[in-house]
Design a protein around this ligand. Structure first.
Ligand SMILES: [Zn+2]
Ligand SMILES: [Zn+2]
Length: 285
């Protein structure tokens, strides 16, 4: 039989398959291929978004599923060795098969990379939104919160939780005490807001809230709320400087701090918000 040259590699072969020698045909028609771009992947549990839903399972099985949905797998997968780098996976595959009926089946090795775009799956989003909804931060100045003050705060928190027991307002998931103050984590923003208000109303303090978007669920933004209560731990007799003049603290409540001017002896009520927005220097007691 007359030999024919392969137009691609020039070798003389018995026959051409669709215009190519066997080797060139196999090279251009791999048994396994991935042509798509990035696949959404949950950065917490590794689930991938495939055919409109989040899919979980053993890594190599999930990767094979991606290949058959978004690429091509011909023949039998004899071995798959997956290296998972979170934002991409490197697959080393051994397949047995043939890309064309006229080519006898054989064993071939492939190296394929699947890129991922990190996201948060529905299950993890739900967990996150349950766990990380809000934090109430209690900070104090000019005196740091001492053990006794912390105890009073935690007592109030306990009392409020008891009162709210039947109202399904969520619960305190953890309390972290630090030198700078207390962080109270709650499972609902409403609970953190409520506790912030009660503490704010009990002591001279300033309260503010900030919202941070942590993700999207059902097309809506999911927020992580932070409620900060800054307690002003001045005491009667403390010396402070307001607007350049020295004053002595004579009374404190949750709306204002009463002071007497050291020089003129004049009495004045300084709103709590002034302690946040204006420069008030603490000189000691
Ligand atoms: Zn060829
Ligand atoms: Zn997840």
């Amino acid at each position: 039989m007359a030999k024919v040259p392969c137009p691609s590699c020039g070798r003389l072969v018995d026959k051409l398959i669709e215009g190519l020698c066997e080797d060139c045909y196999i090279e251009r028609h791999p048994l396994v291929e991935y042509r798509e771009g990035e696949i959404l992947r949950c950065k917490y549990c590794g689930a991938v978004f495939l055919k409109g839903k989040w899919m979980r399972g053993r890594g190599d099985q999930v990767f094979l599923k991606i290949l058959s949905e978004k690429g091509k797998v011909v023949g039998k997968v004899e071995q798959i060795d997956a290296r998972d780098f979170t934002d991409y996976a490197e697959l080393f595959l051994t397949l047995h098969g043939s890309p064309h009926p006229e080519i006898p089946p054989r064993t071939l090795k492939y190296n394929i990379r699947i890129p991922f775009k990190l996201d948060i799956c529905n299950v993890c989003m739900e967990k996150l939104s349950k766990r990380e909804v809000a934090v109430l931060q209690i900070r104090a100045s000019p005196r740091p919160l001492d053990a006794e003050f912390k105890k009073k705060i935690l007592h109030i928190v306990e009392q409020e939780l008891l009162k709210l027991k039947s109202k399904k307002i969520g619960f305190v998931s953890s309390i972290k005490e630090a030198a700078s103050g207390i962080d109270i984590y709650t499972t609902s923003a409403n609970l953190a807001r409520h506790l912030a208000r009660v503490i704010h109303e009990t002591w001279p303090s300033y309260a503010m809230e900030t919202a941070k978007v942590v993700g999207i669920r059902d097309g809506k933004k999911v927020y992580h709320m932070t409620y900060l209560v800054r307690l002003f731990t001045y005491r009667v007799g403390d010396l402070i400087i307001v607007g350049g003049s020295e004053k002595v603290v004579t009374e404190l409540n949750n709306k204002y701090i009463g002071v007497r001017d050291v020089q003129s002896g004049g009495y004045e009520q300084i709103p709590i918000s002034d302690f946040v927005h204006k420069t008030v220097l603490y000189k000691g007691s």
